[in-house]
Design a protein around this ligand. Sequence first.
Ligand code: C5P
Length: 228
Amino acid sequence: MSITSYFALVPAAGGGARMGTSIPKQYLTLAGRPLIYHPLATLCSVERIERVYVVLAPDDEDWPEEEFVDLASKLRVLRCGGATRAESVANGLREMAAIVTDEDWVLVHDAARACLTVDHVETLIRVVGADIVGGILATPVADTLKHEALARINATVPRDDLWQAQTPQMFRYRLLVRALAAAPSVTDESGAIEALGLKPKLVAADSTNFKVTYPLDLKLAEWILANR
Ligand code: C5P
């Protein structure tokens, strides 16, 4: 039996429109580096992860190659991003085919979750590594949730048993390729696996692994990185 390997795939072909900046948010400066440097450096320093693939838009002219010299032994750049996140991930998986085997694990991580830690990743690998389906990092919902209609509250959504999905989301290569081919419009990998009728595992993380989305989030991420 071959040994199962772990790979990371970081889709980074989005424009980050909600940030309201002219350059894509993954290249905004965070703690003296492009934002995307932080999650890529974290993934590269997880011993179990063999290679880290980052998926850029084919016409991306902002990727600052010189910033990533120290990650060069593990990091590989793929210029095959698509129109949606799911398409970017599917395209990246296709390009990894020569290196990755069907049963290898792929950890898909949002470029904008800049405060990911090695501990987050190792916890996910420890809990999900023996699982038949795979799983994701997530946090239980703390706030009361409201359903909106025309800027008014239409209903209160019971929060019991509700979790906020994060990344990395970890699934075996063949299963993930099959799931995304069957459900190309999902907003995360778990959604595609669920559409096959499978039940990914929830692994409790914490709110520091949030997605930098709005301008204020940059300040929060800066504070978290500085105070670890
Ligand atoms: O837009 P959102 O924050 O949900 O994007 C999540 C991740 O998917 C980001 O890392 C973004 O760069 C990536 N993405 C992508 N290709 C797209 C859209 C988003 O790789 N077409």
